[in-house]
Each structure stands twice: as C-alpha cells, then as structure tokens.
Design a protein around this ligand. Structure first.
Ligand code: OAD
Length: 269
C-alpha cells in the first residue's frame, strides 16, 4: 500500500471510479473452499503436475486421467458456495458500471448473481466434444471422494468423439471473443481491482498493465504480494471475502428500504 494511503483512501478511490473492472484469479474462490493453483501447501500445482493434466498432450496421452481430474474439480466446485466477496461484486454491478473478467473456471460469480462474466480460461461445466466442438450438456458429478483416478470421458452424441472439459489448457489459445472483450474492458476502465491472482500467467497478467497504460488506477486485493504487485497503485493485503464487501459496501442500494441514499459521482442514484 502507498505509505500515506489507508483503507479509507482506497475506498474513496473505488467510490469515485466511473467504470470498474475486476480481474480475478484463483484466490477469489479460495474462501469458498476451491483450492488455488500456486498455494505452497494446498495449491493444485503443488500436488499435481500441470503437464500431465492440463495440456493438449496430456489429453492425447491419457484422456481418462485428465477427465477424472477435471470431474474431481467439478465436484469440488459443485460443493462450494459463493462468499461475501462474490456477493458484493454482484450487488455492486447492479448499481454502477462494474465488469468482471476472471481466470477462474468455476461458476461462483454467476451463482452469486453476476451476469456477463468474461471467462478467460473457459468454464468447467461447458463441456464440449474434442472432435466436433459441439457442446455436451449432461455430466453426472459424484461427490469429490467418489471420483475415480481414471474415468473414460463421455462420448459426443453427434460424432462419437470424446467429450472434454470446457477449459483452456496450457499451450491453447484463449477464447478469442473473451480475450477481446477483456482487452476492451481493461482499456476502458478507470479503476481495476486485481483480486486473488499471482499474476504469473499470460496473457491475463498483461491486462492490468494495459489498463494502467490507458490511465486506470490499479488496486490489488491479495494477502500476499505477487508478480503484479510492483505495478499497483495500491495493494490491500486482505482476502477477497474481507476486502470486497468493505471496499464496495457503500454501493449498497438504499432505495428499497427508503433510507437515505449514498451517492457516487457519475452514478445516477
Ligand atoms: P494462483 O494459484 O497462481 O494464485 C492465487 C493467488 O490468490 C495468490 O496470489 C494468492 O496469494 C491469492 N490468494 C489466496 N487466497 C486468497 C484470498 N482468500 N483472497 C485473495 N487472494 C488470495 O492462481 P491464478 O493467478 O488464478 O490456468 O492462476 C492463473 C492461472 O494459472 C489459472 O487460471 C490456471 C493456473 O495454472 C490454467 O489452468 C490455464
């Protein structure tokens, strides 16, 4: 955090922002019980080899291993619930211009009520055929402890190809429309909240720098410093569930209750 700037000063900057973009990473879902990737003890990449599970080569070599691992991750996410940070973002976006770009493949923002979330790395539940790319809707998800080590993926009803998880693997391009939208949003925002990402994976980690070049203020929410910290205007060493309701809480809509309304410059009450 900049030396003279306290939480209230940062909150003031957030309150005054005309257009906020939130860039999220795995830390955004950590307090819902979904493991991050690079956490030292419980991070997925401390326990599993990404090269054997999250690349096109891994899929070609052992689709049953890859499918079972993603089914386990689907099971973890199904069991998880959005936390106060997810809810604060959904609520704030109903009241002011606030957009969400996430590297996460879970659906916790959507379950908290957010709409139009840009998923840079795909979506865990958007399965598709690995051959013809048609969507595949139905997958039975067991409890996390009941997922086998290997499981043959379902077959596509149209072409018989294997159904793959709807995520982006290392070495694959990002979904073009999602990345274009994210770049446009980054260039147009005047404040970016960078929440729960280590900032080590490109091209997502380039978005805050793009926003900064376009004049945006960068605010990091992360208990630990990371790759993007040196570029931040402010770093809040807090968790997502602590910081987001506190930062955006003034956005609470008082209209329904008839109580006095908080006003934000540039945002119609
Ligand atoms: P990482 O696991 O690399 O980083 C998670 C970040 O969240 C770290 O900086 C933590 O300090 C922070 N963190 C942990 N708990 C938090 C909390 N409660 N609140 C806020 N922050 C917290 O995850 P990502 O940066 O999202 O890609 O990783 C980027 C990409 O690398 C992922 O999308 C995934 C991964 O490999 C693919 O699988 C393609």
């Amino acid at each position: 955090m900049a030396p003279a700037e306290g939480f209230e000063a940062i909150r003031g900057r957030v309150a005054k922002a005309a257009r906020i973009l939130v860039l999220g990473g795995a830390g955004m879902s950590a307090e819902s019980g979904v493991p991050t990737f690079r956490g030292a003890r419980d991070g997925l990449w401390a326990r599993f080899d990404p090269g054997a599970l999250a690349t096109p080569e891994a899929w070609a070599a052992d689709p049953a291993l890859v499918w079972a691992w993603y089914l386990w991750r689907m099971a973890l996410v199904r069991r998880a619930c959005p936390h106060a940070g997810h809810r604060a973002l959904a609520e704030a976006a109903r009241l002011r211009p606030l957009e969400l770009v996430t590297q996460n493949v879970d659906d916790l923002h959507e379950r908290a009520g957010s709409t139009g979330v840009v998923h840079l790395h795909g979506e865990l539940f958007a399965h598709r055929c690995a051959d013809c790319a048609r969507p595949h809707a139905e997958v039975a998800i067991p409890a996390p402890g009941a997922v086998p080590q290997r499981l043959e993926p379902p077959r596509c009803a149209h072409c018989g190809g294997r159904v793959r998880p709807g995520v982006v693997w290392f070495g694959e391009p990002l979904p073009e429309a999602a990345f274009d939208a994210a770049r446009r949003m980054a260039a147009a925002c005047d404040l970016m909240l960078v929440v729960g990402t280590s900032g080590l994976v490109q091209p997502a980690a380039g978005l805050p720098l793009l926003a900064r070049r376009a004049g945006a203020c960068l605010v990091e929410v992360n208990p630990e410093p990371g790759g993007l910290s040196p570029h931040m205007d402010f770093s809040l060493r807090m968790t997502a569930a602590e910081a987001l309701p506190a930062l955006l809480g003034g956005t609470r809509d008082a209209r329904a209750s008839g109580r006095p309304r908080l006003a934000f410059p540039g945002v119609a009450p």
